[in-house]
Design a protein. Structure first.
Length: 130
């Protein structure tokens, strides 16, 4: 079981992630709807994993992820987004995030990405070996 921070500006997306994570035996340590709030929640909660949307108002998920990784280089972050462009995937993985999961996804795919990230494996659902 992992403690997970969910970051997405869409309440429905957060609820879907929360339901899948809880059904998979994980605990939701907190939620945030902006990149700035994600950083504050990460500092306060120190979760085992962060599920981070890329596109959000203000600070986007990629910038928030970089800042979280500056605070804690061992942070595990999965980018969860509808942006399915190879350049964005590569930039995310190059910045240090653990995985990149493209919406829409099912609970099984999300939980596989969580398991891979917690095990220290990096990649994306576009190319698991990326």
């Amino acid at each position: 079981m992992a403690r997970v921070l969910i970051v997405d500006d869409a309440a429905l997306a957060r609820r879907i992630m929360r339901n899948a994570l809880c059904a998979g035996g994980h605990e939701v340590a907190g939620e945030a709807s902006t990149g700035g709030a994600a950083i504050r929640e990460y500092e306060a909660q120190r979760p085992d994993l962060v599920m981070m949307d890329v596109t959000m108002p203000g600070m986007d998920g990629l910038e928030a992820s970089k800042r979280i990784l500056e605070l804690d280089s061992s942070a595990r972050i999965i980018m969860v987004t509808s942006i399915n462009r190879e350049g964005v995937v590569r930039e995310s993985l190059r910045s240090g995030v653990s995985a990149y999961l493209v919406k829409p996804y099912n609970s099984e795919k999300l939980l596989r990405a969580v398991d891979r990230a917690l095990a220290g494996n990096r990649g994306s659902d576009l190319n698991p070996a990326a």
